[in-house]
Design a protein around this ligand. Structure first.
Ligand code: XMP
Length: 510
């Protein structure tokens, strides 16, 4: 079944991914493309609708992104958002000016209910604004369908030309009825049937993967994280025992985690290989305390182990990776400073002799990957697993790693996770874990003095893991975790909670 397509043309707005996710939540497949995409290519893609994102520029900046006027003549419905609205007005002969008062944040907005986008919107509601320019005059043939105190054209449309524009951000939750506007755009204006869901995706993807791989064989590096687990489940349904999954257990997994991954995949119909490489890794890391050195050594050793296993398996045709859509959108953008060398089991170099890479989740957002996992019958604990860094607990035992310290951290981390789950906070806090510091402090237990390790607990809320806030975990939950950890785990006599956001800190401590 061919997917109906909406494309989001990206003008550098910070919400490009969010808009695409919202459209998909409406049940319509949506892709983000650069504003530079030539009109002929857009025509070939034959989208049912186009959305222009916001962006940081003014249409009058010399370097600001513009658009070929021909796109407005395609007859495809277009929705311009923020900068996208200004660009539409400017390109079609309207007038854009700089606000005397910029609008930022929640803004009272008056809607004309006869505006095509506002069917289900009341006459007055709050919208979320973020702009310094505004449309002072709409192009000929357009009419204004919303306004605010400082923005005379908060929305405008030309029904005849199928062009719509909003100065505010319907994709942001703070815009009341924003989802209804997007839903109206894709279903009523673009006339999409909305059949994008993970059940359909699974069916189509399995058939396509089966055809692509044919009689060939594929290899997948399984970390037990949600992306590689779902990729594995999907490939297993497609090609069964012609898939080999290699799970490199570096010995830095959380309590019972290696066994859980094995239990989930051992009898799933794929060849599953668990490599216990803990001794190899420990030998490499003994005496090493610098975080970057640890990360690099683990990354390299991972590749060596994988390479050894791949050699044993022999020639494979395909390498499967769990790349997901945000990685695709973000790849190649920016050359930011390296804060940490991320070790990613997906990022294997050309150490394996294969013909092609398959990325079956390449077009999916994280929430879709989770839904797909459930659709494919994966257990909840795999589907809802919080992110876990490739180097594992090796970067949560600060400084030099020893088997004893790893054991202490495993036990403490499990208790913290249990208490969070007991308080039913496990789906609200995006990542939470324990860190064993290499500091010791004095305490008193029974009648005696103790001199033992300080453990730190970390919990963060975040949508993208690029920025994060510390989670406001209730004191009584922190207290029960702390009491249990001190009572049940030897060699910890003090527990702290990390109240730093990112930036300036990072989520992991190393
Ligand atoms: P930081 O500490 O950089 O972490 O704020 C951001 C997110 O990335 C995860 N993380 C990693 N994931 N390989 C991974 O696959 C890594 O080497 C790695 N290091 C950090 C971290 O857990 C958080 O979710």
């Amino acid at each position: 079944m061919e997917n109906e397509l909406i494309i989001v043309l990206d003008f550098g707005g910070q919400y490009n991914q969010l808009i695409a996710r919202r459209v998909r939540e409406c049940g319509v497949y949506c892709e983000v493309r650069s504003y530079r995409t030539p009109v002929e290519e857009i025509q070939k893609l034959a989208p049912k609708g186009i959305i222009f994102t916001g962006g940081p520029n003014s249409v009058y900046d010399e370097s600001s992104p513009h658009i070929d006027k021909a796109v407005f003549e395609l007859g495809i419905p277009i929705l311009g958002i923020c900068y996208g609205a200004q660009l539409m007005a400017y390109t079609l002969g309207g007038e854009v000016k700089t606000c005397t008062t910029s609008e930022y944040g929640k803004t009272d907005t008056v809607y004309d209910k006869t505006g095509k986008l506002f069917d289900l919107v009341p006459e007055k509601a709050v919208s979320w604004m973020s702009h310094t320019d505004y449309v002072a005059k709409v192009p000929k043939g357009f009419r204004i369908t919303a306004h605010t105190a400082n923005c005379p054209a908060a929305a405008f449309e030309s029904v005849r030309r199928r062009l719509y524009a909003v100065q505010f951000h319907p994709e942001v939750n703070h815009t009341m009825f924003g989802m209804s506007m997007l839903d109206t755009f894709v279903k009523k204006i673009c006339k999409c049937k909305a059949n994008w869901n993970m059940k359909n995706y699974a069916k189509t993807a399995i058939a396509q993967l089966r055809e692509k791989v044919g009689d060939g064989r594929a290899l997948l590096a399984l970390s037990g994280g949600v992306d590689s687990s779902v990729a594995c489940a999907l490939m297993a349904k497609a090609i069964g025992d012609r898939l080999t999954c290699v799970f490199v257990d570096h010995g830095f997994m959380r309590k019972n985690e290696g066994d859980e991954v094995e239990a989930a995949f051992r009898d799933s119909g794929v060849h599953f290989i668990r490599v216990d490489a803990s001794e190899r890794f420990m030998a490499k890391l003994t005496g090493v305390s610098d975080p970057e050195t640890k990360r690099k050594l683990i990354g390299e050793e991972f590749i060596r182990v994988f390479e050894d296993e791949a050699k044993k398996i022999g020639k494979v045709d395909y390498l499967v990776q769990g790349t997901i859509y945000p990685d695709v959108i973000e790849s190649g953008t920016g050359d930011a400073a390296v804060i940490k060398s991320h070790h990613n089991v997906g990022g294997l170099p050309a150490c394996v002799d294969f013909r092609e890479i398959i990325e079956p989740l390449r077009m999916l957002f994280k929430d879709e990957v989770r839904k797909l996992g459930t659709e494919l019958g994966l257990a909840d604990y795999l589907v809802w697993r919080q992110p876990f860094p490739g180097p594992g607990l090796a970067i949560r035992v600060l400084g030099e790693i020893t088997p004893e310290k790893l054991e202490i951290l495993r036990d403490a981390d499990l208790i913290f996770r249990e208490e969070i789950a007991k308080a039913k906070l496990d789906r609200d806090i995006n990542q939470y874990f324990a860190v064993l510091t290499d500091m010791r402090s004095v305490g008193v237990m029974g009648d005696g003095r103790t001199y033992d390790y300080i453990l730190a607990l970390r919990g963060v809320t975040t949508s993208d893991f690029m920025t994060a806030d510390f989670a406001r975990i209730p004191y009584d939950v922190l207290e029960s975790a702390s009491v249990r950890i001190i009572n049940e785990v030897k060699h910890i006599n003090r527990v702290c909670y990390d109240v730093t956001s990112k930036p300036p800190a990072t989520i992991e401590w190393e």
